[in-house]
Design a binder for this molecule. Structure first.
Ligand code: AMP
Ligand code: ZN
Length: 135
């Protein structure tokens, strides 16, 4: 349940102090220590899962519902124009802390936060290949 060498296990379970905006039996929502914007929150399950790909469905479902609730609260509190609810799985995908967490990030029309990529121009056969692999 709790992984000894996991910092987010310790934060989520109150073993280390952190800025908590919400807590229930299964989750703690904290302020990100290096936020993209004021009000940037992290939804942490108390149970340790390395990421979303190995987490149980109950945790994933409840985590997303909670992230949306927190997003609504953050939007009302900060009057931002939008909210990113994002979540990284694996180092290549930008994950730096290997305990499942969901970012709730306030966004403004004129902000400089970036989630960018260059779109590929795929051929029909690439789409067909994707369907063969993924369906
Ligand atoms: P990710 O890159 O998706 O793994 O996100 C990890 C996030 O955790 C980053 O936004 C960090 O700023 C944040 N973070 C790391 N350590 C702490 C901490 N002790 N308290 C709060 N946020 C943290
Ligand atoms: Zn953990």
């Amino acid at each position: 349940m709790i992984k000894d060498d996991c910092i987010f296990c310790k934060l989520a379970n109150g073993i280390f102090d952190t800025n908590t905006v919400y807590e229930d039996e299964n989750f703690r929502v904290i302020l990100d220590i290096a936020p993209a914007a004021k009000g940037h929150c992290l939804v942490l399950p108390k149970k340790h899962f390395e990421n979303a790909l190995v987490a149980d469905e109950d945790t994933l479902g409840k985590g997303m519902i909670l992230a949306a609730k927190i997003g609504k609260k953050v939007k009302e509190a900060y009057g931002c124009d939008g909210i990113n609810i994002v979540q990284n799985n694996g180092e290549a995908a930008g994950q730096t802390v290997f305990h499942l967490h969901i970012h709730v990030i306030p966004r403004y029309n004129d902000d400089t936060v970036k989630f960018e990529y260059d779109s590929l121009e795929l051929k029909d056969e690439d789409f067909k290949e994707a369907l063969t692999k993924l369906k």
